[in-house]
Design a binder for this molecule. Structure first.
Ligand code: CA
Length: 229
């Protein structure tokens, strides 16, 4: 059964959405604040998110952006104003769709179903070529973009995941920070090679037992980094 998280502060709207979605066979949870909504997103797996824009704690724009940094799950934005829709587009937040209030519950259900089946097709088509890298207790599932260390899943941001995967796919090769930066970050990125150092540190905190004696990503002083095979 698909599980949906609604983040909406107007109780009557949240309950209405929940009722209709449950009638259509979905499992639905509600959070009424943006910040608690984000906590829930990080703790639990959902198949789709429905986010209101005006929320206490953290607004829907920020929430959408933060979810998208971590997950590919479909996001449906709900807004009362046409202006907000333009803003959603303009900001490139990664929302999959939007719906304006007031909307008919059947329209909401139809949109939800369409996005879930599109996403399931996407996952399904990738599942056949599921690629996994496994090295000494570290497992990188490239398709699902998930990382496990000794069976325990660690949450990675998009760039941390890309950087770790890039290094693990090219083991024993020394890369300079400049090379890593140009491979992982696109040209328009704001930042510099110090970003690489910061990301390596974060990755080590997640995968290394002792970050002062890294078993996976070695620092080659004066040169860069190498993934030990
Ligand atoms: Ca609201």
């Amino acid at each position: 059964m698909s599980k949906i998280l609604i983040v909406e502060d107007e109780e009557s709207i949240a309950e209405l959405e929940k009722d209709y979605l449950e009638l259509s066979g979905f499992e639905v949870e509600i959070e009424n604040r943006g910040d608690t909504g984000l906590e829930r997103v990080m703790k639990e797996d959902f198949d789709l998110y429905i986010l209101d824009l005006m929320l206490p704690g953290m607004d829907g724009f920020e929430l959408c952006k933060k979810i998208r940094q971590e997950k590919n799950t479909p996001i449906l934005m709900v807004s009362a104003k046409k202006d907000d829709i333009d803003k959603i587009h303009g900001l490139g937040l990664g929302a999959d769709d939007y719906i304006t209030k007031p909307f008919s519950p059947s329209e909401l259900v139809a949109r939800v179903k369409a996005h879930l089946s599109r996403y399931e097709r996407l996952i399904g088509s990738n599942a056949q070529q599921n690629e996994v890298i496994e090295i000494r207790g570290l497992k990188i599932d490239k398709t699902a973009r998930r990382v496990f260390i000794h069976g325990e899943e660690k949450k990675f941001t998009t760039k941390e995941f890309d950087l770790l995967t890039f290094l693990a796919q090219n083991p024993n090769r020394v890369f300079t920070k400049e090379e890593l930066f140009s491979n992982i970050w696109d040209m328009e990125s704001i930042g510099d090679i110090a970003t690489v150092t910061v990301h390596i540190k974060k990755i080590r905190e997640k995968i290394e037992t002792d970050t002062s004696k890294p078993q996976y990503i070695e620092t080659i002083w004066g040169v860069g980094y190498r993934f030990k095979m």
